[in-house]
Design a protein around this ligand. Sequence first.
Ligand SMILES: Cc1ncc(C[n+]2csc(CCOP(=O)(O)OP(=O)(O)O)c2C)c(N)n1
Ligand code: SF4
Length: 395
Amino acid sequence: MERVYLNEERLPFCKGCSHTTLSENTDKALQQLGIPLLDVILVTDIGCHGIIDKAFKTHTVHGLHGRSVALAMGITAGLDHPDKKVIVFIGDGGTTIGMQHLIHAAHRNFNMTVVIHNNMLYGMTGGQPSEFTPCGFKTPTLPEGATEPAADICSIVSAAGASYVERVLGIGDFSESLATAISRPGFCLVEVMEICTSYGVKSNPGMKLAKVVEEADLPVKVYADKQITGPSFKPRENTRSLLDLSPEIPVTVSHTLGHPVRIQLAGSAGERVQSAAEQFAISAIRAGLNATKKGSYPVTVGIGFSASDIIISPDEILYTGSPVPDVLIITSEDGLAYARTALDNMQTGLVFIDESLPVPDTKATLIRQPFRETAGAKEAAKYSLTYMLQREGYF
Ligand SMILES: Cc1ncc(C[n+]2csc(CCOP(=O)(O)OP(=O)(O)O)c2C)c(N)n1
Ligand code: SF4
């Protein structure tokens, strides 16, 4: 049959691999439906089947292993166009790794057709067993054969609420099943039972696909056919861009700064380091400067250090990192431990440090002040920034 959606190049699979049959059937199914080339968004996964994307003339997106359905959910949620078709190609390996994504997409009936290339093993990495390796089926790394039954994904996604679900044998012409699934709204899935000639056949000489599938108690049939009129998933309409949430900051005071200044404020969790740094950055913007603020703290946010890197500049700030600060402010013991690298790296500049802390070894100019004693632990960070600003007079 003439190809329309696949280009004319030789398909990249081993001789006899069912992935070839499946790709050709997909082309045929799309031809039956007459979907314009660029209305098809094919999302592929890692694995042998995934290398097909360069052969398709449609849109293609290549995802991480087991994550193609998650990617497709994002794509379909962002598409406000009923004629676009999102098709996912995924292996039994990817389905094993990302099964929760399939259940979630089926449960919320995201608009997509998932085509599982179930060759009952991980093909690309040499034939390891997957959750879909039937009992007794051998693979190169499991020569004694699997001892547990294969997962039945058709039953799983049907129970989760999928709209159309069918299992087919990946032999001959099964394009009509694919066309039915692709034409339906909501979450549709076709599990195509396949043979990997390089690993499956070699480990199970003389195997017959139909027999393996039958013995595995995986009936070839339609599992769900709900005839729904549209996906139950509706994107939230009241979301706003984070940028829209940023308030306009009017310029109300002036500055004297002719160059960027990088400030590191290093203190302790719970001592309002981040809010002090944010207020400082907002004040700089009020003075007509550009400002960035980047917080660093351990995942256990209630304990340990809390540090903030602030950059203020009369010019646009194109890089928010500040490996070596011009000004370092240390308000606590945790902050001193955190600031060791900056102290070592600073060849010039200013270090403001709380008077209660040991005097650190540094080439920068050291200024000791009783921040904690004067303002208290909770206000020491804000007070130290204010003290520094009064002294340096940037704005
Ligand atoms: C998260 C993750 N785990 C493991 C791998 C390694 N890996 C690459 S391909 C592959 C096997 C793919 O098997 P399957 O999804 O069944 O596709 P097939 O190759 O059989 O078409 C594995 C395990 C990976 N790339 N990413
Ligand atoms: S290794 Fe197996 S799954 Fe991969 S292309 Fe070859 S036959 Fe197909």
